[in-house]
Design a protein around this ligand. Structure first.
Ligand code: NAD
Length: 255
């Protein structure tokens, strides 16, 4: 049995991971990290702790869906007590991403801004289209629920990165995150990534390729958060068998 620890257990995705683990063969929920008392019932056999070292010691693999600041603390604790880590938290800063890379030198770390199979494939399709349709303007729109804290979504940024890389562009130089006022014409290489927020939308991403006379739009819609929790559990089962290193969801899915 693979013992799984959950960090961010009381969150929207964390709670689903706890539920989905009940039906995951060969895996068991061993420990959850909680700063305060949990507001939901949990099996008495599960260790509930507010100490990250204890969470790591009690787990074969830890799944994190929290906040960037919290993820940073987890990475720091894991550097002292290495364990396979599945990181789903988005909006990480450059410092936090560097910490994640440092951690991956001492333990296997899978970092995915989107754990769904569909988005993993979408990233491949976007790279292919970006390269094949060199003259097409690329624009990305994402929509999420009103509670989402980071913008644009980690998924949209990953898609933009795939598109930019396929054209040998530096995303930091070509990304546009808003247009307002008399800003002039669109430049050739810019890639806009726009974020809309509202209601309970789980996640919708559209990557459009626009030219004179035709356009293609690649769409992905997540209709349930279980897509992410099940994907993270699948990733955890795969990651425990890997040596130290930094992995993506595509590595896990063999895409
Ligand atoms: P949420 O706000 O519902 O949950 C956040 C969790 O983090 C809660 O359990 C909260 O208690 C915990 N937390 C907050 N601050 C903490 C701290 N200082 N120390 C320890 N724990 C702390 O959020 P959510 O919708 O479950 O999303 C969590 C993260 O996962 C976000 O970054 C979101 O963008 C990301 N996300 C990723 C995917 C993916 O597939 N990779 C999918 C959905 C959401």
């Amino acid at each position: 049995m693979i013992k799984v620890g959950v960090f961010g257990a009381s969150g929207r995705v964390g709670k689903l991971i706890i539920e989905d683990l009940k039906n995951s063969e060969g895996m068991q929920l061993a420990a959850v990290y909680a700063r305060r008392e949990l507001d939901f019932a949990i099996e008495p056999s599960v260790l509930v702790t507010s100490d990250m070292a204890t969470l790591l010691s009690a787990s074969d693999v830890v799944i994190d869906f929290s906040l960037p600041e919290a993820c940073e603390k987890l990475l720091e604790a894991a550097l002292k007590n290495p364990k396979p880590l599945v990181i789903g938290t988005t909006g990480l800063s450059t410092h936090q991403l560097n910490l994640l890379k440092e951690a991956s030198e001492a333990m296997p770390v899978l970092y995915a801004t989107n754990m769904s199979l569909g988005v993993a494939l979408l990233n491949k399709l976007v790279a292919q289209a970006s390269q094949a349709l060199r003259d097409f303007d690329i624009e990305i729109v994402e929509m999420h629920h009103r509670h989402k804290k980071d913008a644009p979504s980690g998924t949209a940024l990953t898609l933009a990165e795939s598109a930019a890389k396929a054209r040998d562009l530096d995303l930091d130089k070509v990304r546009v995150s808003g247009r307002d006022g008399n800003i002039g014409e669109r430049s050739r290489d810019e890639i806009a990534v726009m974020a809309l927020r509202g209601g309970d939308i789980v996640g919708r991403h559209t990557v459009g390729f626009y030219n004179d006379g035709e356009f293609i739009e690649l769409n992905h819609t997540a209709t349930s958060r279980n897509t992410f929790s099940k994907g993270a559990i699948r990733a955890a089962a795969w990651l425990v068998k890997q040596p130290e290193g930094l992995y993506s969801i595509s590595d896990c899915l063999g895409l």
